[in-house]
Design a protein around this ligand. Sequence first.
Ligand SMILES: Nc1ncnc2c1ncn2[C@@H]1O[C@H](COP(=O)(O)OP(=O)(O)O)[C@@H](O)[C@H]1O
Ligand SMILES: [Mg+2]
Length: 305
Amino acid sequence: MTAVRTIAIATDTPGWHGRRLGRAFAALGVDARVVSLSDCRIDLEANRYGIVIPGFEGELPDGVLVREIAAGSFEQVTLRLGVLHALAEWGVPVCNSARAVERTVDKSMTSMLLRRAGIATPATWVTESAAEARGVLMRETAAGHRIVVKPLFGSQGKGLVRLGPGDALPDEAVVQGVYYLQRFVEPGAQGGRDYRVFVIGGRSIAAMTRQGADWVHNVAQGARCESAALEPDLCHLAERAVAAVGADYAGVDLMRTADGTPTVIEVNGIPAWRGLQSVSSEDIALRLARHFHDRHLAVARSAAR
Ligand SMILES: Nc1ncnc2c1ncn2[C@@H]1O[C@H](COP(=O)(O)OP(=O)(O)O)[C@@H](O)[C@H]1O
Ligand SMILES: [Mg+2]
């Protein structure tokens, strides 16, 4: 008989996702405890790991499911990610890994990795120079394209701006000194909408379309969710995108260009799934918990400890 596994669900606001995950892990016989990464600390004197995870009394969890990393100063976020990196150094499975989280939070890194893997994604430019950005905007609009400006670390459709001919760039302060510009994917015959495909362990498990009142189709911006079939071309691209960023699981945003070709807009390494769950018959939390269990807990504890 194997001992009961005790894992941490990293989040500051457990809410609906925390409850669903807690129930799913309990069904698998895993004791899942909610931990706030901002309460974790490095204490070289406290125990042999030098890491203190509240609720684990000098021990380390058997795994960490990263559900949320709260926003904070550069230093705070670095420490929170550092705790995840440190746990991984001790052989604790962390899912998604700090590296995958870093790669997906930074939209420029995601764009580069997608391009490097040969995955369709719109033309993208990232620069600290307002003059460079202005040049891109002028060239692109002259060629008949519109441009989306996104916060480098944005989420939930916040802070996106769409620019056309004659429009001015947002101020440097608004974009925190980094201009992330992307060619706008003009809606095709099916109208403006996008797709969210949820990938776990390399396989697409659920999909939906999202349709907002305007062109930003995030659930957090009020988009309407509709269940969608797992269309092979979208799923294949989504699965390759998740592999390209090295994530265990992710929510991939895709669109179809006017000729129907799928293109990847974003890979979310800490995806929410409440909207998707509302239109999906799959128990997403259970699929995630089962993947985590089978992939990371059902194996012998790492020799590193
Ligand atoms: N290049 C683009 N062309 C058309 N629509 C876009 C583009 N980029 C983003 N969008 C729309 O804005 C939404 C939010 O953009 P996304 O890059 O996913 O940022 P966030 O992290 O805020 O979700 C997308 O789901 C899509 O509906
Ligand atoms: Mg998105």
